[in-house]
Design a protein around this ligand. Structure first.
Ligand code: CUA
Length: 313
């Protein structure tokens, strides 16, 4: 019967997904059973007791105690069974193991930021060691977001002004998709993150040196990757269309005016300052809504961004 589970649920990639999957499949099969059981009873009754002639009068029956007890007690047993099964899974899902690795998650329009125990940070790409419990301490800088990892069967709201928690133990190596599942504005559907379930060696290398690609990629390609993966694309277009922020197309080497009417030339330093201290110069006609990327991008990624914007003529 695994085909039915594989049809309904994504492949499981964490340790305690069994609680969710087992109960989910039990309820699904129960639904299938009662669809045919109830349908069959109706079909049987309609055939057996249909009106056969004009003077075929149905006897007046007010109730049947035995039948009513049966159809009350059996469902009660079934739903109490579901309740205790669900409660067991709920407790396991919310009680975090003491040895869990703690990672701070910040949701903001429209990126996910991750901070590791050693203080290093990453955007939209969360690296975790395989087979080790990981606890996420989550909060939001602006509106309500929601952190959803289908392959881990976990989801929880990320709220401004308070911490919420999730935990998991990744068991499948590879990349697992994260979605934002609380509508949070224009970039909501782009608010995607990926969880990299690393071997202990890969995780060490990540903490020490950052991603392989950041070190080796040509700058322009790296800039494109940063543009697509680190949230730039949600506000800045590359084809000249107006977004929440100015388009990147053809701005390099040109002048623009800030809100006070002062002129600035878009060069490498201007781009760098705009990434690290975006509120310092806000282009006329736009809202000062961009968050700072200070500490979130490596030097090489900023250089990549500059090369990429330069290429968009
Ligand atoms: Cu963040 Cu939707």
């Amino acid at each position: 019967m695994n085909w039915f589970r594989d049809f309904l649920l994504p492949k499981s990639a964490a340790s305690n997904t069994g609680d969710v999957d087992g109960l989910f499949m039990f309820i699904s099969w129960l639904t299938v059973f009662f669809f045919f059981f109830n349908g069959g009873l109706i079909w049987y009754a309609v055939r057996k007791w249909r009106r056969r002639s004009n003077n075929d009068i149905t006897p007046h029956i007010t109730h049947d105690t035995k039948l009513e007890v049966i159809w009350s007690v059996i469902p009660l047993i079934v739903v109490m069974f579901i309740f205790f099964w669900g409660f067991r899974g709920y407790v396991r899902a919310w009680v975090v193991p003491n040895d869990a690795l703690e990672i701070v998650v910040t949701g903001k329009k429209w990126v996910w930021e991750f901070e590791y125990p050693d203080g290093s940070r990453s955007l939209n790409d969360l690296h975790v060691p395989l087979n080790k419990p990981v606890k996420l301490v989550m909060h939001s800088e602006d509106v309500i977001h929601s952190f959803f990892v289908p392959a881990f069967r976990i989801k929880r709201d990320v709220i401004p002004g308070r911490y919420t928690e999730l935990w998991f133990t990744a068991t499948e190596p590879g990349i697992h998709q994260v979605y934002c599942t609380e509508y949070c504005g224009r970039g909501h559907s782009d608010m995607l993150a990926r969880i990299f379930a690393d071997t202990p060696e890969q995780y060490e290398v990540f903490l020490r040196e950052g991603d392989e690609q950041v070190r080796k990629m040509p700058l322009k390609e790296l800039g494109k990757l940063v543009y697509e993966n680190k949230g730039c694309a949600t506000c800045h277009s590359i084809d000249g269309t107006r977004g929440q922020g100015p388009s990147f197309k053809g701005i390099y080497g040109h002048e623009l005016k800030d809100a006070a009417g002062k002129t600035h030339t878009v060069d490498a330093n201007y781009i760098r300052d705009s990434i690290l201290n975006p509120q310092a110069v806000v282009v006329a006609g736009y809202e000062p809504i961009m968050p700072t990327f200070q500490g979130l991008l490596r030097e090489r990624e900023i250089l990549g961004m500059i090369e990429y914007i330069k290429s968009l003529q």
